[in-house]
Design a protein around this ligand. Structure first.
Ligand SMILES: C[S@@+](CC[C@H](N)C(=O)[O-])C[C@H]1O[C@@H](n2cnc3c(N)ncnc32)[C@H](O)[C@@H]1O
Length: 444
Protein backbone atom coordinates (compact mmCIF):
# COMPACT_ATOMS: atom_id res chain seq x y z
CA UNK A 1 0.00 0.00 0.00
CA UNK A 2 2.76 2.37 1.03
CA UNK A 3 4.59 1.44 -2.12
CA UNK A 4 1.70 2.32 -4.40
CA UNK A 5 1.05 5.69 -2.70
CA UNK A 6 4.69 6.54 -3.15
CA UNK A 7 4.55 5.31 -6.78
CA UNK A 8 1.49 7.45 -7.59
CA UNK A 9 3.20 10.63 -6.43
CA UNK A 10 6.34 9.77 -8.40
CA UNK A 11 4.30 9.06 -11.51
CA UNK A 12 2.64 12.45 -11.20
CA UNK A 13 6.08 14.06 -10.84
CA UNK A 14 7.25 12.25 -13.95
CA UNK A 15 4.28 13.38 -16.04
CA UNK A 16 4.71 16.94 -14.78
CA UNK A 17 8.37 16.84 -15.84
CA UNK A 18 7.47 15.54 -19.31
CA UNK A 19 4.92 18.26 -19.77
CA UNK A 20 7.23 21.07 -18.64
CA UNK A 21 9.70 20.06 -21.28
CA UNK A 22 9.36 22.62 -24.02
CA UNK A 23 13.03 23.14 -24.84
CA UNK A 24 16.18 21.11 -24.84
CA UNK A 25 17.65 21.90 -21.39
CA UNK A 26 21.31 21.57 -22.37
CA UNK A 27 23.59 22.71 -25.12
CA UNK A 28 24.97 20.36 -27.73
CA UNK A 29 28.40 20.49 -29.29
CA UNK A 30 28.83 22.18 -32.61
CA UNK A 31 30.39 18.89 -33.77
CA UNK A 32 26.96 17.28 -33.33
CA UNK A 33 26.07 17.56 -37.00
CA UNK A 34 29.10 15.44 -37.86
CA UNK A 35 27.81 12.69 -35.63
CA UNK A 36 24.20 12.62 -36.76
CA UNK A 37 24.47 11.25 -40.22
CA UNK A 38 21.09 9.86 -41.25
CA UNK A 39 20.38 6.64 -43.11
CA UNK A 40 19.88 8.54 -46.32
CA UNK A 41 23.45 9.77 -46.06
CA UNK A 42 22.52 13.40 -45.29
CA UNK A 43 23.76 15.30 -42.32
CA UNK A 44 21.01 16.45 -40.04
CA UNK A 45 22.07 19.62 -38.30
CA UNK A 46 18.69 21.00 -37.32
CA UNK A 47 18.94 22.78 -34.00
CA UNK A 48 16.41 20.76 -32.03
CA UNK A 49 17.96 17.40 -31.21
CA UNK A 50 14.62 15.57 -30.90
CA UNK A 51 14.14 15.85 -34.62
CA UNK A 52 17.51 14.63 -35.74
CA UNK A 53 16.54 11.01 -36.49
CA UNK A 54 13.31 11.68 -38.36
CA UNK A 55 14.62 10.46 -41.69
CA UNK A 56 15.31 6.90 -40.50
CA UNK A 57 13.19 4.23 -42.14
CA UNK A 58 10.18 3.35 -40.04
CA UNK A 59 9.87 -0.21 -38.76
CA UNK A 60 7.17 -2.31 -40.41
CA UNK A 61 5.08 -4.18 -37.82
CA UNK A 62 5.22 -7.45 -39.74
CA UNK A 63 9.00 -7.17 -40.08
CA UNK A 64 9.23 -6.63 -36.32
CA UNK A 65 7.35 -9.88 -35.84
CA UNK A 66 9.49 -11.80 -38.34
CA UNK A 67 12.64 -10.54 -36.69
CA UNK A 68 11.37 -11.90 -33.37
CA UNK A 69 10.88 -15.26 -35.11
CA UNK A 70 14.43 -15.10 -36.47
CA UNK A 71 15.79 -14.34 -33.00
CA UNK A 72 13.82 -17.28 -31.58
CA UNK A 73 15.54 -19.55 -34.12
CA UNK A 74 18.92 -18.03 -33.29
CA UNK A 75 18.37 -18.67 -29.58
CA UNK A 76 17.64 -22.35 -30.31
CA UNK A 77 20.64 -22.57 -32.61
CA UNK A 78 22.90 -21.05 -29.95
CA UNK A 79 21.61 -23.61 -27.44
CA UNK A 80 22.41 -26.40 -29.89
CA UNK A 81 25.92 -25.04 -30.55
CA UNK A 82 26.57 -24.86 -26.81
CA UNK A 83 25.37 -28.46 -26.41
CA UNK A 84 27.44 -29.76 -29.28
CA UNK A 85 30.73 -27.92 -28.81
CA UNK A 86 30.69 -27.05 -25.11
CA UNK A 87 28.74 -29.88 -23.49
CA UNK A 88 26.33 -27.37 -21.90
CA UNK A 89 22.60 -28.04 -21.64
CA UNK A 90 21.77 -24.61 -23.05
CA UNK A 91 23.54 -21.34 -23.76
CA UNK A 92 24.11 -19.17 -20.66
CA UNK A 93 20.91 -17.37 -19.70
CA UNK A 94 20.36 -14.14 -21.67
CA UNK A 95 23.47 -14.62 -23.85
CA UNK A 96 21.72 -13.85 -27.15
CA UNK A 97 20.21 -10.67 -25.72
CA UNK A 98 23.59 -9.49 -24.40
CA UNK A 99 25.12 -10.17 -27.80
CA UNK A 100 22.37 -8.11 -29.46
CA UNK A 101 23.01 -5.36 -26.91
CA UNK A 102 26.70 -5.22 -27.95
CA UNK A 103 25.79 -4.91 -31.63
CA UNK A 104 23.94 -1.64 -30.95
CA UNK A 105 27.02 0.14 -29.70
CA UNK A 106 27.46 2.29 -32.75
CA UNK A 107 24.82 3.51 -35.13
CA UNK A 108 26.03 2.56 -38.57
CA UNK A 109 23.85 3.54 -41.47
CA UNK A 110 25.34 0.85 -43.68
CA UNK A 111 23.65 -1.99 -41.77
CA UNK A 112 20.43 -3.08 -43.39
CA UNK A 113 18.87 -4.38 -40.19
CA UNK A 114 18.85 -2.57 -36.85
CA UNK A 115 19.19 -5.77 -34.81
CA UNK A 116 20.54 -8.61 -36.93
CA UNK A 117 23.85 -7.11 -37.85
CA UNK A 118 27.31 -8.35 -37.16
CA UNK A 119 29.80 -5.77 -36.10
CA UNK A 120 33.28 -7.15 -36.35
CA UNK A 121 34.15 -5.57 -33.12
CA UNK A 122 36.99 -7.15 -31.22
CA UNK A 123 35.56 -6.28 -27.80
CA UNK A 124 32.12 -7.78 -28.63
CA UNK A 125 33.75 -10.95 -29.98
CA UNK A 126 35.97 -11.23 -26.90
CA UNK A 127 33.03 -10.68 -24.60
CA UNK A 128 31.05 -13.52 -26.24
CA UNK A 129 34.02 -15.92 -26.02
CA UNK A 130 34.83 -14.86 -22.45
CA UNK A 131 31.26 -15.53 -21.37
CA UNK A 132 31.57 -19.16 -22.52
CA UNK A 133 35.04 -19.48 -21.01
CA UNK A 134 33.52 -18.43 -17.66
CA UNK A 135 31.38 -21.56 -17.93
CA UNK A 136 34.60 -23.60 -18.10
CA UNK A 137 34.65 -23.97 -21.90
CA UNK A 138 37.98 -24.13 -23.74
CA UNK A 139 38.73 -20.95 -25.77
CA UNK A 140 38.93 -22.88 -29.08
CA UNK A 141 35.44 -24.35 -28.59
CA UNK A 142 34.08 -20.93 -27.62
CA UNK A 143 35.64 -19.41 -30.76
CA UNK A 144 34.05 -22.11 -32.88
CA UNK A 145 30.61 -21.46 -31.38
CA UNK A 146 31.08 -17.75 -32.09
CA UNK A 147 32.02 -18.39 -35.74
CA UNK A 148 29.00 -20.66 -36.38
CA UNK A 149 26.70 -18.29 -34.56
CA UNK A 150 27.83 -15.24 -36.54
CA UNK A 151 27.29 -17.17 -39.80
CA UNK A 152 23.74 -18.02 -38.66
CA UNK A 153 23.02 -14.36 -37.84
CA UNK A 154 24.16 -13.38 -41.32
CA UNK A 155 21.89 -16.02 -42.87
CA UNK A 156 18.89 -14.83 -40.86
CA UNK A 157 19.66 -11.20 -41.72
CA UNK A 158 19.72 -11.93 -45.47
CA UNK A 159 16.50 -13.92 -45.21
CA UNK A 160 14.78 -11.08 -43.37
CA UNK A 161 16.11 -8.55 -45.85
CA UNK A 162 14.69 -10.57 -48.74
CA UNK A 163 11.19 -10.63 -47.24
CA UNK A 164 11.23 -6.98 -46.10
CA UNK A 165 10.44 -5.51 -49.50
CA UNK A 166 7.57 -7.93 -50.09
CA UNK A 167 6.10 -7.16 -46.68
CA UNK A 168 6.34 -3.40 -46.92
CA UNK A 169 4.49 -3.42 -50.23
CA UNK A 170 1.87 -5.85 -48.85
CA UNK A 171 -1.69 -5.25 -50.00
CA UNK A 172 -3.24 -6.39 -46.73
CA UNK A 173 -1.59 -4.28 -44.01
CA UNK A 174 -1.89 -5.74 -40.54
CA UNK A 175 -3.16 -3.60 -37.71
CA UNK A 176 -2.31 -3.69 -34.05
CA UNK A 177 -5.19 -4.51 -31.71
CA UNK A 178 -5.25 -3.96 -27.99
CA UNK A 179 -7.25 -6.03 -25.51
CA UNK A 180 -7.35 -6.48 -21.78
CA UNK A 181 -5.07 -9.36 -20.82
CA UNK A 182 -6.70 -12.54 -19.54
CA UNK A 183 -4.21 -12.73 -16.67
CA UNK A 184 -4.61 -9.87 -14.22
CA UNK A 185 -2.01 -7.91 -12.33
CA UNK A 186 -3.15 -6.82 -8.90
CA UNK A 187 -2.02 -3.16 -9.07
CA UNK A 188 -1.69 -2.18 -12.67
CA UNK A 189 -4.22 -3.26 -15.25
CA UNK A 190 -2.57 -5.30 -17.95
CA UNK A 191 -3.16 -5.07 -21.69
CA UNK A 192 -2.02 -7.18 -24.57
CA UNK A 193 -1.27 -6.12 -28.10
CA UNK A 194 -1.45 -8.39 -31.11
CA UNK A 195 -1.34 -8.09 -34.87
CA UNK A 196 -4.56 -8.52 -36.72
CA UNK A 197 -5.53 -10.52 -38.71
CA UNK A 198 -4.22 -13.11 -36.28
CA UNK A 199 -2.26 -15.98 -37.77
CA UNK A 200 -4.06 -19.32 -37.47
CA UNK A 201 -1.62 -20.68 -34.90
CA UNK A 202 -0.76 -18.13 -32.24
CA UNK A 203 2.92 -18.36 -31.24
CA UNK A 204 3.89 -17.17 -27.80
CA UNK A 205 5.72 -14.08 -29.07
CA UNK A 206 2.84 -12.85 -31.23
CA UNK A 207 1.18 -11.04 -28.36
CA UNK A 208 2.97 -8.59 -26.10
CA UNK A 209 1.88 -7.51 -22.69
CA UNK A 210 2.09 -4.00 -21.29
CA UNK A 211 0.79 -2.44 -18.08
CA UNK A 212 -1.97 0.06 -18.69
CA UNK A 213 0.02 2.70 -16.88
CA UNK A 214 3.01 2.27 -19.21
CA UNK A 215 0.77 2.53 -22.26
CA UNK A 216 -0.56 5.79 -20.84
CA UNK A 217 3.01 7.03 -20.35
CA UNK A 218 3.81 6.17 -23.99
CA UNK A 219 0.67 7.99 -25.09
CA UNK A 220 1.83 11.13 -23.30
CA UNK A 221 5.34 10.93 -24.74
CA UNK A 222 3.88 10.34 -28.20
CA UNK A 223 1.53 13.29 -27.77
CA UNK A 224 4.48 15.54 -26.90
CA UNK A 225 6.91 14.40 -29.55
CA UNK A 226 4.93 13.09 -32.51
CA UNK A 227 1.24 13.97 -32.54
CA UNK A 228 1.59 17.32 -34.27
CA UNK A 229 -2.13 18.07 -34.39
CA UNK A 230 -2.68 17.14 -30.75
CA UNK A 231 -5.88 15.35 -31.81
CA UNK A 232 -6.26 11.63 -31.17
CA UNK A 233 -8.29 10.54 -34.19
CA UNK A 234 -8.94 6.84 -34.84
CA UNK A 235 -6.17 6.86 -37.44
CA UNK A 236 -3.71 8.54 -35.06
CA UNK A 237 -4.50 5.96 -32.42
CA UNK A 238 -3.98 3.08 -34.88
CA UNK A 239 -0.59 4.48 -35.91
CA UNK A 240 0.34 5.02 -32.26
CA UNK A 241 -0.42 1.35 -31.46
CA UNK A 242 1.65 0.19 -34.45
CA UNK A 243 4.61 2.19 -33.21
CA UNK A 244 4.17 0.88 -29.66
CA UNK A 245 4.09 -2.66 -31.06
CA UNK A 246 7.27 -2.19 -33.12
CA UNK A 247 9.09 -0.75 -30.11
CA UNK A 248 7.88 -3.47 -27.71
CA UNK A 249 8.92 -6.21 -30.14
CA UNK A 250 12.36 -4.62 -30.38
CA UNK A 251 12.88 -4.57 -26.62
CA UNK A 252 11.83 -8.20 -26.29
CA UNK A 253 15.10 -9.07 -27.98
CA UNK A 254 17.39 -6.64 -26.26
CA UNK A 255 19.73 -7.76 -23.50
CA UNK A 256 18.21 -9.47 -20.49
CA UNK A 257 16.09 -8.13 -17.64
CA UNK A 258 19.28 -6.81 -15.98
CA UNK A 259 20.17 -4.73 -19.06
CA UNK A 260 16.93 -2.78 -18.64
CA UNK A 261 16.88 -2.42 -14.84
CA UNK A 262 16.35 1.19 -13.75
CA UNK A 263 17.17 3.33 -10.73
CA UNK A 264 14.30 3.87 -8.29
CA UNK A 265 12.27 7.00 -9.06
CA UNK A 266 13.49 8.63 -5.85
CA UNK A 267 17.07 8.60 -7.17
CA UNK A 268 16.01 10.53 -10.27
CA UNK A 269 14.10 13.04 -8.17
CA UNK A 270 17.07 13.51 -5.86
CA UNK A 271 19.45 13.98 -8.83
CA UNK A 272 17.11 16.48 -10.42
CA UNK A 273 16.70 18.49 -7.23
CA UNK A 274 20.35 18.41 -6.09
CA UNK A 275 22.46 18.19 -9.23
CA UNK A 276 20.16 19.63 -11.89
CA UNK A 277 19.97 16.34 -13.85
CA UNK A 278 17.35 16.43 -16.60
CA UNK A 279 18.46 13.75 -19.05
CA UNK A 280 19.00 9.97 -18.95
CA UNK A 281 21.80 8.86 -21.25
CA UNK A 282 20.79 5.15 -21.20
CA UNK A 283 17.08 4.48 -21.37
CA UNK A 284 14.15 3.26 -23.42
CA UNK A 285 10.65 4.73 -23.85
CA UNK A 286 9.57 2.10 -21.31
CA UNK A 287 12.03 2.82 -18.52
CA UNK A 288 12.83 6.53 -18.98
CA UNK A 289 11.98 8.84 -16.10
CA UNK A 290 13.60 12.15 -17.09
CA UNK A 291 12.03 14.53 -19.61
CA UNK A 292 14.70 13.76 -22.23
CA UNK A 293 16.70 10.61 -22.87
CA UNK A 294 18.92 8.64 -25.25
CA UNK A 295 18.12 5.05 -26.25
CA UNK A 296 19.43 2.15 -28.29
CA UNK A 297 16.96 2.30 -31.21
CA UNK A 298 16.29 5.69 -32.74
CA UNK A 299 14.07 4.24 -35.46
CA UNK A 300 11.43 2.86 -33.09
CA UNK A 301 11.99 5.17 -30.10
CA UNK A 302 12.09 8.61 -31.76
CA UNK A 303 8.26 8.75 -31.75
CA UNK A 304 8.42 8.66 -27.94
CA UNK A 305 11.09 11.35 -27.65
CA UNK A 306 14.39 9.46 -27.82
CA UNK A 307 17.40 11.45 -28.98
CA UNK A 308 19.10 8.28 -30.31
CA UNK A 309 22.20 6.48 -29.07
CA UNK A 310 24.23 8.06 -26.30
CA UNK A 311 27.34 7.37 -28.36
CA UNK A 312 26.03 9.77 -31.01
CA UNK A 313 25.12 12.37 -28.42
CA UNK A 314 27.59 15.15 -27.74
CA UNK A 315 26.47 17.68 -25.13
CA UNK A 316 28.85 20.50 -24.34
CA UNK A 317 27.23 21.35 -21.04
CA UNK A 318 24.46 20.13 -18.78
CA UNK A 319 23.89 17.56 -16.08
CA UNK A 320 23.26 13.91 -17.03
CA UNK A 321 22.68 10.47 -15.55
CA UNK A 322 24.05 7.22 -17.06
CA UNK A 323 22.97 3.73 -16.03
CA UNK A 324 24.08 1.61 -19.00
CA UNK A 325 23.40 -2.10 -19.56
CA UNK A 326 25.97 -3.90 -17.41
CA UNK A 327 27.67 -5.48 -20.43
CA UNK A 328 31.42 -4.91 -20.58
CA UNK A 329 31.95 -3.62 -24.15
CA UNK A 330 28.96 -1.27 -23.76
CA UNK A 331 30.33 0.12 -20.49
CA UNK A 332 33.82 0.53 -22.00
CA UNK A 333 32.47 2.52 -24.97
CA UNK A 334 30.39 4.71 -22.63
CA UNK A 335 33.35 5.51 -20.36
CA UNK A 336 35.55 6.49 -23.33
CA UNK A 337 32.78 8.73 -24.64
CA UNK A 338 32.20 10.46 -21.28
CA UNK A 339 35.89 11.10 -20.70
CA UNK A 340 36.25 12.53 -24.20
CA UNK A 341 33.20 14.79 -23.78
CA UNK A 342 34.46 16.03 -20.41
CA UNK A 343 37.91 16.80 -21.84
CA UNK A 344 36.35 18.89 -24.63
CA UNK A 345 33.93 20.66 -22.30
CA UNK A 346 36.66 21.36 -19.75
CA UNK A 347 38.82 22.95 -22.40
CA UNK A 348 35.90 25.22 -23.30
CA UNK A 349 35.32 25.93 -19.58
CA UNK A 350 31.78 24.49 -19.73
CA UNK A 351 29.87 22.82 -16.90
CA UNK A 352 29.34 19.19 -17.91
CA UNK A 353 28.38 16.60 -15.30
CA UNK A 354 27.56 12.85 -15.39
CA UNK A 355 26.32 10.64 -12.58
CA UNK A 356 27.38 7.16 -13.72
CA UNK A 357 26.01 3.96 -12.19
CA UNK A 358 28.08 0.79 -12.70
CA UNK A 359 28.61 -2.59 -11.12
CA UNK A 360 31.84 -2.70 -9.10
CA UNK A 361 34.06 -4.37 -11.71
CA UNK A 362 37.20 -2.92 -10.24
CA UNK A 363 39.46 -5.12 -12.37
CA UNK A 364 37.95 -4.08 -15.70
CA UNK A 365 39.78 -1.45 -17.81
CA UNK A 366 36.60 0.68 -17.99
CA UNK A 367 36.24 0.74 -14.20
CA UNK A 368 39.93 1.65 -13.78
CA UNK A 369 39.63 4.34 -16.43
CA UNK A 370 36.62 6.07 -14.88
CA UNK A 371 37.74 5.73 -11.29
CA UNK A 372 41.18 7.20 -12.05
CA UNK A 373 39.89 9.98 -14.34
CA UNK A 374 40.68 13.51 -13.18
CA UNK A 375 37.01 14.35 -13.82
CA UNK A 376 35.73 11.85 -11.24
CA UNK A 377 35.03 14.05 -8.21
CA UNK A 378 33.35 11.49 -5.93
CA UNK A 379 32.47 7.79 -5.78
CA UNK A 380 29.90 5.91 -3.78
CA UNK A 381 29.89 2.13 -3.39
CA UNK A 382 26.74 0.36 -2.26
CA UNK A 383 27.18 -3.15 -0.84
CA UNK A 384 25.04 -6.10 -2.02
CA UNK A 385 21.55 -6.29 -0.55
CA UNK A 386 21.42 -2.62 0.47
CA UNK A 387 19.88 -1.21 -2.69
CA UNK A 388 17.27 -1.96 -5.32
CA UNK A 389 16.68 -1.50 -9.04
CA UNK A 390 13.36 -1.34 -10.82
CA UNK A 391 12.65 -4.57 -12.64
CA UNK A 392 13.99 -4.65 -16.22
CA UNK A 393 10.52 -5.55 -17.48
CA UNK A 394 8.79 -2.92 -15.34
CA UNK A 395 6.26 -2.40 -18.14
CA UNK A 396 5.04 -5.98 -17.71
CA UNK A 397 5.37 -6.80 -14.01
CA UNK A 398 3.17 -5.42 -11.25
CA UNK A 399 5.80 -4.76 -8.56
CA UNK A 400 8.86 -3.10 -9.91
CA UNK A 401 11.69 -3.45 -7.36
CA UNK A 402 14.45 -6.07 -7.09
CA UNK A 403 17.21 -6.11 -4.46
CA UNK A 404 20.63 -6.15 -6.14
CA UNK A 405 22.92 -8.88 -4.88
CA UNK A 406 26.18 -7.27 -6.00
CA UNK A 407 28.08 -4.04 -5.38
CA UNK A 408 27.09 -0.94 -7.32
CA UNK A 409 29.49 1.98 -7.71
CA UNK A 410 28.25 5.47 -8.53
CA UNK A 411 30.74 7.90 -10.07
CA UNK A 412 30.24 11.66 -10.12
CA UNK A 413 32.17 12.83 -13.18
CA UNK A 414 32.40 16.59 -13.69
CA UNK A 415 34.40 19.25 -15.45
CA UNK A 416 35.93 21.96 -13.28
CA UNK A 417 33.07 24.35 -14.08
CA UNK A 418 30.48 21.66 -13.26
CA UNK A 419 32.11 20.89 -9.93
CA UNK A 420 31.56 24.53 -8.98
CA UNK A 421 28.01 24.67 -10.34
CA UNK A 422 26.82 21.31 -8.95
CA UNK A 423 29.22 20.47 -6.09
CA UNK A 424 28.83 16.91 -4.76
CA UNK A 425 28.88 16.86 -0.97
CA UNK A 426 28.97 14.00 1.53
CA UNK A 427 25.34 14.72 2.30
CA UNK A 428 24.50 14.20 -1.39
CA UNK A 429 26.17 10.80 -1.27
CA UNK A 430 24.21 9.81 1.86
CA UNK A 431 20.98 11.03 0.33
CA UNK A 432 21.62 9.17 -2.90
CA UNK A 433 22.38 5.94 -1.03
CA UNK A 434 19.18 6.42 0.94
CA UNK A 435 17.14 6.88 -2.25
CA UNK A 436 18.70 3.74 -3.72
CA UNK A 437 17.13 1.66 -0.94
CA UNK A 438 13.65 0.34 -1.63
CA UNK A 439 10.77 2.75 -0.89
CA UNK A 440 9.70 0.38 1.87
CA UNK A 441 13.15 0.34 3.51
CA UNK A 442 13.49 4.07 3.07
CA UNK A 443 10.23 4.75 4.90
CA UNK A 444 10.91 2.23 7.65
C1 LIG B 1 20.13 -0.26 -17.23
S1 LIG B 1 18.94 0.40 -18.34
C2 LIG B 1 18.70 2.05 -17.72
C3 LIG B 1 17.33 2.23 -17.15
C4 LIG B 1 16.98 3.63 -16.72
N1 LIG B 1 16.80 4.48 -17.85
C5 LIG B 1 18.02 4.21 -15.80
O1 LIG B 1 18.78 5.09 -16.20
O2 LIG B 1 18.06 3.78 -14.63
C6 LIG B 1 19.96 0.69 -19.75
C7 LIG B 1 19.19 1.20 -20.95
O3 LIG B 1 20.12 1.64 -21.94
C8 LIG B 1 19.54 1.42 -23.20
N2 LIG B 1 20.63 1.49 -24.19
C9 LIG B 1 21.38 0.49 -24.69
N3 LIG B 1 22.29 0.96 -25.56
C10 LIG B 1 22.11 2.31 -25.60
C11 LIG B 1 22.76 3.36 -26.29
N4 LIG B 1 23.76 3.14 -27.14
N5 LIG B 1 22.34 4.63 -26.07
C12 LIG B 1 21.33 4.88 -25.20
N6 LIG B 1 20.67 3.91 -24.52
C13 LIG B 1 21.07 2.65 -24.72
C14 LIG B 1 18.91 0.05 -23.02
O4 LIG B 1 17.91 -0.20 -23.98
C15 LIG B 1 18.33 0.15 -21.63
O5 LIG B 1 16.99 0.60 -21.67
Amino acid sequence: MRQSVCGDQQRRNMFAAFECQSQCPFSLQSSMSKRTRCDDGCFDDRPHPVKRHRSETEENVAVAELRADACGRLALFLDRLCQKYCGLLTAPNGMLGRWICCQQMFSKSSYSDPVLRVMHLQTAHESFVRELCHEGIAPESAQRVHAFFVAAVQREASRLHATKRVLSSGTCPRRVQCTRAAWGCPNDACLQLYLSPRPSSLHHHRTVRINEWHLEKLRRLYGLHTLNSGVWTGEANALFLQRVWAMLMRYRLFGDAGCQAALPERCFEMLRASLGVTHECYASPLNCYMPTYCSAYADTDKFFGSLGSFLDFAPLEGSFQCNPPFVEPVVAAMVDHIVELCAQADEANKALSFVVVLPRWYKSPAHCSISSSKFTRAQLTLPPGTHVYKHGYQHQVPHGYRTFGKHTTVFFVQTQAASLRWPVSISHLHKFAECFRSPVLALA
